[in-house]
Write a protein that binds this ligand. Sequence first.
Ligand SMILES: NC(=O)c1ccc[n+]([C@@H]2O[C@H](COP(=O)([O-])OP(=O)(O)OC[C@H]3O[C@@H](n4cnc5c(N)ncnc54)[C@H](OP(=O)(O)O)[C@@H]3O)[C@@H](O)[C@H]2O)c1
Length: 403
Amino acid sequence: MAMGMAMAMETESEGRSKEGGSMSTTRREFLQATAAVGGALGLGMLACARAEERQVPRAERPLRILILGGTGISGPHLIHYARARGHEVTIFNRGRREPTVHQELIARTERLIGDRDDDIEALRGREWDVVIDNSASIPSWVRQTTELLKDSVDVYLFVSSLSVHADNSKIGITEDDPVATIDDPTIEEVTGETYGALKALCEQETRNAFPDGAIVVRPHLIVGPSDYSDRWTYWPVRIDRGGEVMAPGEPTDPTQYIDARDLAEFEIHLLEQRALGTYSAVGPLSPLSMAELLYGIRAVVSNEISFTWVNADFLDEHEVRPWGHMTAWIPPREGMEGFSAFDNSRAVAAGLKYRPLAVTAKDTIDWWKTLPEDRRADPQAGLPAEREVEVLAAWHAREGGSR
Ligand SMILES: NC(=O)c1ccc[n+]([C@@H]2O[C@H](COP(=O)([O-])OP(=O)(O)OC[C@H]3O[C@@H](n4cnc5c(N)ncnc54)[C@H](OP(=O)(O)O)[C@@H]3O)[C@@H](O)[C@H]2O)c1
C-alpha cells in the first residue's frame, strides 16, 4: 500500500514538472511530499503499535522487568505484551539479532548490551522487580546472573524447555517427572545430547539462588510470527503454496507446540501473580493430530491442494527426517511416544490461554510474506521443494501402491 501511494505521487510530480515547474523544484516538492507521507506512515505505524498496546488492560501493579534476551523468536512478543500491560521493560543481549516483529516498539525499549559468555557488567548496580531469563542453556550463565541479581530482584523466571525430561516414552509427562542428568556437569557445549540435561541444571541454579522466588517455564516448540527457525513455519508456508503436499507418518500421529504470543502472555501473567513453581508451556489445549494440524492450516488458505500421507518407514528409507524435514512431527515410537503428548493441566490451571490454530497459522503466513525475498528463498528447516517432488514420485511408483 505504501509503495502504491509513493508510485502514484511520483507520476503526479513528473506531470507537474512537464507543465513548467523546474525539475529541481518539483523534485524537492516530491521529496518533501514523500517524506511527509513517510512520516505520516511512520506516525501511523506508531499510532497502531500504541493502539495495540492500549487494547490490553493494564496490570494492577506495574513491574520493572528485565528480559535477558528480548529479541529472537519469543523476546519481541514478551516486550510487546509486557509494555501493553503497563510494565517497564529493559532488555539485555549482544545486539546481534534484529527483530522481525514489533521493531518500532523494541526501538523504544531500554536495551543493555553485553554477553553472557564474558560481560554482564551492564546489569551491575541496577534494580528490577523481576527477571525473565530467556537466553540461557548453560548453567554457569544462570549462576552468574542469579549471583549478580539475587539481592536486587524479587522473582527470577527461567525459560527452560520440555527437552529436560529423562524419559519421553510416557504419555502425559508432567512437571514432576524426572529430568535428564549429565555425567560431567561442567560441560558447556550445547548439543542435541546435552541440551536437556543442561537446561535442567539451569533450572536448579535458578531454584538454588531464588528459593522463594523461582518460576520455571518449559516451552514446547515455540512458533508463530517471528519464528526465524522456520520449523513449524514450514507447514503454513508449504500449505499456502498448494499443490501435492507430502504429509508424514500416520494422520493420527500427535503433535504439540506453543504460540510465542501465548507463551509471552503466560509468562507475564505468572510474574504478575507471583505464581512460583514449574510449568509445562505446551499446546494446544486439547490433543492435536498431524492431520488436524495440516487440515487446520489448510482452512486458512484458498488454493488447489491435496495431501499424500507417506509412512514413517518409507520416509526413513528416503532420508526424510522427522523434525528437521517434516517439522513438528516426532513419530510416536522408540521412546518418543510422549514427546507430543505432554500434560498441560498445571499451566492451564495457572492461566495459560491458547490462540486458535487458525490464528497462529494465518499470522505466520502473513508475517512470512513480510520477509525479504532472499530470506524466504532460504528456509532454515523443512523439506526442499525438489526433494518433496522426488520422494512423492518414488512413493507413487513403489510396488503395491498402498500405505
Ligand atoms: N525456540 C524454541 O522452540 C524453544 C523451545 C523450547 C525452549 N526454548 C528456550 O526458550 C528461550 C527463548 O527461546 P528463543 O527461541 O526465543 O530464543 P532465541 O530466538 O535464540 O533468542 C535468544 C535471545 O538471547 C540473546 N542472546 C543469545 N546469546 C546471548 C549471549 N551470549 N549473551 C547475551 N544475550 C544472548 C539473543 O540476542 P543476541 O543474539 O543479540 O545476543 C536473543 O535476544 C531459550 O532459553 C530457549 O532455550 C526455545
